[in-house]
Design a protein around this ligand. Structure first.
Ligand code: BT5
Length: 232
């Protein structure tokens, strides 16, 4: 069972848990109304309008963990399923973006605390729900549920659905969540750009890597930035 803890303001729910992981138990969830310095991958900024969106981080302290990378796909599937209640037009863009009508509506940041072994895994989830305001830098590629579906949504209901799905996949010892990522991928079977280089995406493998063709050969990739246009 998750223990949810709400904060009015925090710089970042992920940073908070990275600094305080030792004070909280496995399955604690930090949720924040106004996240002022939200982070994406590679220290990119994650924007959030106070009170309108979801910023939350799940703390995991498993006894043993080997496949950390797969947890981010598990989280993507949990978010995707929770949101798909409201529209059939969500897709997952490997590794961790959820798109609605082709625009990013949610991002996931997985971080770990490692000192000789994994001490904690932190899965940060940002979802644009009722916001309609985006900075000029992202307004062409970001959207919210409200922008696309023209109604307001209850943040707590979405949070509970995401957590319920996460718990379901996490307690199962199978790859069902990878099937969800695969079957709802926005890039499998397409020519896209991986870090600016044109590639063809063949499949999502069971280890969470992408199987691609780069023009010369087939290969597996574990990380990278996928874009639909060369300089996006
Ligand atoms: C992500 O990074 O998409 C992961 C975002 C994770 C945010 C959550 S919120 C709770 C927890 N606490 C944190 O501090 N972080 C996590 P990445 O794939 O690197 O994408 C970042 C890029 O997405 C930025 O460079 C912008 O281009 C774009 N972006 C920023 N804010 C956005 C937003 N609200 N919606 C859509 N795109 C956004």
């Amino acid at each position: 069972m998750f223990r949810k803890i709400y904060y009015k303001n925090l710089p970042s729910t992920n940073t908070f848990l990275k600094e305080n992981y030792d004070k909280y138990n496995h399955y604690t969830v930090i949720i924040c109304h106004d996240q002022t310095s939200g982070r994406g991958r590679l220290d990119r900024k994650w924007e959030m309008e106070p009170g309108k969106n979801i910023a939350m981080s799940i703390l995991l302290k498993p006894k043993q963990i080997t496949e950390v990378a797969k947890l981010s796909h598990l989280a993507s599937a949990a978010v995707f399923l929770a949101l798909s209640k409201y529209s059939p037009h969500f897709q997952i863009k490997w590794p961790n973006d959820i798109l609605l009508n082709g625009k990013k509506v949610s991002g996931i940041l997985l971080e770990s605390v490692y000192k000789e072994k994994f001490l904690a895994i932190i899965i940060g989830i940002g979802i644009n729900v009722n916001t309609t305001i985006f900075s000029p830098q992202i307004k062409n590629k970001a959207t919210s549920l409200k922008n696309e579906l023209k109604q307001d949504f209850n943040l707590d209901l979405i949070i509970d659905d995401v957590l319920e799905n996460f718990d379901f996949f996490y307690s199962q010892n199978n790859n069902e969540y990878l099937d969800i990522c695969r079957n709802n991928s926005s890039i499998i079977g397409k020519n896209v750009y991986l870090d600016g280089k044109n590639i063809y995406v063949i499949d999502l493998l069971n280890n969470g890597n992408l199987l691609i063709h780069d023009g010369n050969q087939e290969k597996e990739v574990a990380y990278g930035e996928i874009t639909f246009e060369k300089n996006y």
